[in-house]
Design a protein around this ligand. Structure first.
Ligand SMILES: NC(=O)c1ccc[n+]([C@@H]2O[C@H](COP(=O)([O-])OP(=O)(O)OC[C@H]3O[C@@H](n4cnc5c(N)ncnc54)[C@H](O)[C@@H]3O)[C@@H](O)[C@H]2O)c1
Length: 320
């Protein structure tokens, strides 16, 4: 196989802003093309090829793929869970039409591999909440979850019909410090660190006992690249793999932060995101990902908390 040329759509978001440099380290800066609807900051712009592009503009995406000899696509542009509830029509359009455009561009241009993330939002109130299995009852009741579940079905269909090598992970809530999260239900697990470091105080929009599956971004980026580099014969699940690292409640995260910042206070004022969180699993069984392509998480709650406090602390020092 020749040199891989990788296109990342939604490269300026929470995941893309960390996945893009990680892929550039492996495949070479010029071989990883970042695309987004937003204007990048000067640092990102100078760090490698960038194209302003809208995933809903199929012709434009297709012409970037053709002109640059793209062989792999990571499609990350989506409306996230909390934001999608406020704008269902636009969320459905971006999450579904965007995915169709990429699936069709991939077929028309003989793309080798496609990555598209799903989410724990594919599960719903009738799903077993603890150690949620790979295959079980899935009746999501959010716009975002409905779109991710439909997307998984379409990924399987494109694989069956066209042999497209499409790989996917059901990410849990992702925790990172480089880019703020984009409107999900688990955003509190990032915001709380900024509140703790800046003001020693945080108002949480979920109640203290809401247990959700989470993952530190380093694990998510490594897992994504390992999935994409795995031997195709080992990728048996064509919809999306369960994957996880840890599960905790806001109260447990608060207690962990208090080990370093004892004065930190978190209070709880649940809003409409509580309903979404209550419909999701508390913990995930990712044994299929472990068995089939060797997934292992590296970050648990104490290790993630210590990394986040260190990096968010540094960011706040630099902003003075
Ligand atoms: N972050 C999480 O915790 C999490 C959890 C589960 C699944 N996911 C999934 O991972 C993917 C990436 O999530 P994220 O957190 O990085 O999202 P994000 O909202 O932080 O980033 C999405 C990026 O897509 C760009 N974008 C939006 N509309 C676009 C369009 N029409 N054309 C091109 N680009 C467009 C945005 O400008 C943004 O930079 C999404 O599919 C999301 O559903 C994320």
């Amino acid at each position: 196989m020749g040199i891989e040329k990788i296109m990342i759509i939604g490269a300026l978001g929470q995941i893309g802003s960390e996945l893009t440099p990680a892929l550039r380290n492996i495949y070479g800066t010029d071989n990883v093309i970042a695309c987004d609807l937003k204007e990048p900051g000067p640092d990102f712009k100078e760090s490698g090829p960038f194209f302003y592009s809208d995933v809903l503009d199929k012709e434009n995406i297709s012409s970037i793929v053709e002109k640059n000899g793209v062989t792999q696509i990571y499609h990350l542009a989506a409306y996230l869970s909390a934001k999608a509830e406020h704008n269902p029509a636009m969320a459905w359009k971006l999450n579904m039409e965007g995915l169709f455009n990429i699936l069709d561009v991939a077929i028309e241009n003989n793309i080798n591999k496609l990555f598209w993330p799903s989410s724990i939002a594919v599960f719903g109130p009738t799903t077993p909440k603890v150690n949620t299995p790979q295959t079980c009852m899935m009746e999501p009741n959010t716009v975002y979850g409905i779109s991710k579940k439909a997307g998984e079905g379409w990924c399987e269909w494109y694989h069956k019909k066209y042999g497209l090598d499409i790989r996917s992970l059901r990410y849990p809530g992702l925790i990172s410090y480089k880019t703020l999260p984009g409107g999900g239900t688990t955003d509190y697990a990032v915001d709380i660190f900024h509140g703790a470091v800046a003001n020693k105080r945080y108002h949480c929009y979920l109640n203290g006992q809401t247990k959700l599956p989470m993952m530190y971004m380093d694990d998510a980026v490594r897992g994504t690249i390992e999935l994409m580099e795995a031997d195709a014969d080992n990728i048996k699940i064509k919809s999306s793999y369960n994957i996880t690292s840890m599960s905790f409640t806001p109260a447990e995260l608060t207690a962990e932060i208090q080990k370093t910042i004892p004065e930190f206070i978190c209070d709880y004022q649940p809003d409409e995101r509580q309903r979404i969180a209550d419909s999701w699993p508390q913990s995930i069984d990712d044994s299929k990902a472990c068995e089939e392509w060797g997934w292992r998480h590296q970050y648990d709650l104490p290790k993630m908390t210590s990394e986040m406090l260190k990096h968010v602390g540094k960011l706040q020092m630099e902003s003075f």
